[in-house]
Design a protein. Structure first.
Length: 275
């Protein structure tokens, strides 16, 4: 595998992890523009552990994700009291919390196979989550919070759980980035990255666990496939995105896929018959 191909695949795998980090809160009806801030937290924490505590990178990275999730839990209660554009602004402020951090070199290095394994693991975990009552409840909360509350669901608890889990996955993505590129800096984890990650989910589809995977893949690979168009490639890319969003405003993939084993439980929960 050439260095160029490996570099593209590394970015794709990291972007998939980021996309699932944004997907979980969006699936619960929240727009988290602070996703890049949680990625930065995961990157810095995992880098500190691997550098100073000599923790192996495959161990330090999940711990960094856990740290990001804990920070998300700490700020979730006040942040999730807001709605709409105010929620977006509140989560955007989270990026500013880490925006002044200095760059930090990372000694431990990981290659594509390790990053791909993490990406596959995150995708599998999310798929399994949405094949359980947790995922069904998140879908119900997204569809109508009042109805979900009347069904006996703890809406706030599920929203906080989705927010924290998404932050944890973003932290893992930040750790993967830091340990592959051997450097972590807050400037990379800014609002531009957050918006890009949210676009992966919106483009792929917010109602399907396949949506973030497809969105991240297209946003990562399509600009490279259009590289032959030189200065026009981003114009062509933007045009393709606009056309797709006009024709498919709900995203490329719609409908929450889950194993058949769990569909009967989902139907009973949505009709209030679940015990």
């Amino acid at each position: 595998m050439s260095g160029y191909v490996e570099g593209i695949l590394v970015l794709l795998a990291i972007n998939v992890v980021f996309a699932y980090g944004a997907f979980l809160p969006i699936a619960a009806g929240q727009l988290n523009l602070g996703i890049a801030g949680f990625a930065a937290i995961g990157g810095y924490v995992s880098a500190l552990l691997s550098n100073n505590a000599v923790v192996p990178a495959p161990v330090a990275i999940p711990v960094g994700g856990l740290a990001a999730a804990m920070v998300a839990l700490a700020v979730a209660a006040p942040v999730l009291r807001t709605r709409g554009i105010y929620l977006a602004l509140a989560t955007f402020a989270l990026i500013e919390m880490v925006g002044g951090a200095a760059g930090y070199p990372v000694a431990a290095f990981i290659r594509f196979p390790t990053i791909a394994a993490f990406a596959a693991g995150v995708a599998l975990v999310v798929w399994l989550l949405f094949a359980t009552r947790f995922g069904i409840a998140i879908t119900a909360v997204h569809d109508d919070e009042r109805v979900a509350d009347l069904m006996g669901l703890n809406v706030r608890a599920f929203q906080i759980a989705a927010f924290a889990l998404g932050a944890g996955f973003a932290g893992i993505g930040g750790g993967l980035y830091a340990h592959h590129f051997s450097y972590v800096e807050a400037q990379y984890f800014g609002i531009t990255l957050s918006i890009s990650i949210v676009l992966y989910v919106l483009f792929g589809g917010t109602r399907s666990v396949l949506g973030p995977l497809l969105g991240a893949t297209i946003f990562t690979l399509l600009p490279e496939l259009l590289r032959g168009s030189a200065q026009w490639r981003y114009v062509l890319f933007a045009g393709i995105v606009i056309v797709v969003m006009v024709l498919r405003p709900q995203g490329l993939v719609t409908g929450m896929q889950m194993p058949r084993l769990f569909r009967d439980d989902g139907a009973r929960l949505r009709t209030g018959q679940a015990q």
